[in-house]
Design a protein. Structure first.
Length: 306
């Protein structure tokens, strides 16, 4: 099995990019100094994320395919959360020279297959040598002539709705940290998120006033909507879905666990809400987030907090 160092930078780039199909949003793909992506709307939604080995993933817990899927999913979800359609991913990969080429190939297989779910293309990027693995992913998206769905439009009287699984990744991480791998459903959820990519279009159809990707914990992310919109959000735990598989700490995981990349939105009270969305609270006048009428002890994810 050859290593990346033996193959070399340009050999690796060729090996990886030859496997990447290019969709209609890409006018010029890998192979030049930069890619060229079409922007028919005249505006481009752009987001970027970093995944650092030991911080966001561990190779003894996740395989390269799963890491690639996760890297793509968290960026695609951010574009969806703006009410946009993802079009292009750019991927920067820093990796030790002794890493097997097959590992990088599986990583890009995960990136590519996750992108296929939204018709997105990996159009370019960069590869460098480094002491440990780091992935820098930039996603671009198209609004299709519509206004972006932001965090700042929630109004008193709106309903708070959620879509997708919540708390599973957090519960899976807790299992892995305790040396356990069952229930497998939870461990798999941590290794590979499953964002409901139709959520952006569904939220727009409901007339959503605000929308975001739940990546740092439901309460913390709802706090972003509350602050940006100048409102209070009140969550009713009797309405919050807590699957039995999450166990006795399920509510805590749902309220504070991140990285599932579900979605939370605020919608007008008369909105036609599909069965795939669940009402978990309401928007009122005030500030902050209340749970069952009071403060909730616990926090979501913060990269600079222990």
């Amino acid at each position: 099995m050859s290593s990346i160092g033996e193959l070399g930078e340009f050999g690796l780039i060729t090996r990886l990019t030859d496997r990447l199909p290019q969709g209609p949003a890409v006018e010029l793909g890998p192979g030049d100094d930069a890619a060229v992506a079409r922007a028919p709307d005249g505006r481009v939604v752009a987001t970027t994320d970093l995944l650092v080995e030991g911080r966001h993933f561990r190779r003894d817990w996740s395989g390269p395919y799963e890491i690639g899927c996760k890297a793509a999913a968290q960026n695609l979800a951010d574009v969806i959360a703006m009410g946009a359609r993802p079009t292009v991913l750019l991927v920067g990969l820093a990796v030790p020279a002794e890493t097997p080429v097959e590992w990088a190939e599986q990583l890009y297989a995960g990136l590519g297959e996750e992108c296929e779910m939204t018709g997105t293309s990996v159009a370019g990027g960069d590869v460098v040598a480094a002491p440990r693995i780091l992935l820098a992913v930039t996603a671009l998206g198209d609004l299709g002539g519509e206004p972006p769905l932001t965090r700042s439009g929630a109004r008193p009287g709106d309903l708070v709705v959620v879509r997708g699984r919540l708390g599973h990744s957090s519960a899976g991480l807790e299992l892995l940290e305790n040396g356990r791998d069952e229930p497998a459903e939870l461990v798999e959820a941590h290794r590979r998120p499953r964002p409901p990519y139709t959520a952006g279009a569904e939220a727009r159809a409901m007339g959503a006033t605000a929308l975001l990707d739940v990546s740092d914990g439901l309460l913390q992310d709802l706090g972003h909507i509350a602050k940006a919109s100048g409102v209070r959000i009140e969550v009713d735990t009797a309405e919050v879905p807590v699957p039995a598989v999450l166990g006795p700490g399920g509510l805590r995981h749902v309220l504070t666990g991140g990285e599932d990349h579900g979605f939370a939105a605020t919608v007008p009270p008369g909105a036609a809400i599909p069965s795939s969305w669940t009402v978990v609270g309401r928007v009122t006048e005030g500030a902050g987030v209340l749970v069952d009428g009071g403060a909730y002890r616990g926090a979501g994810w913060d990269h600079f907090r222990d």
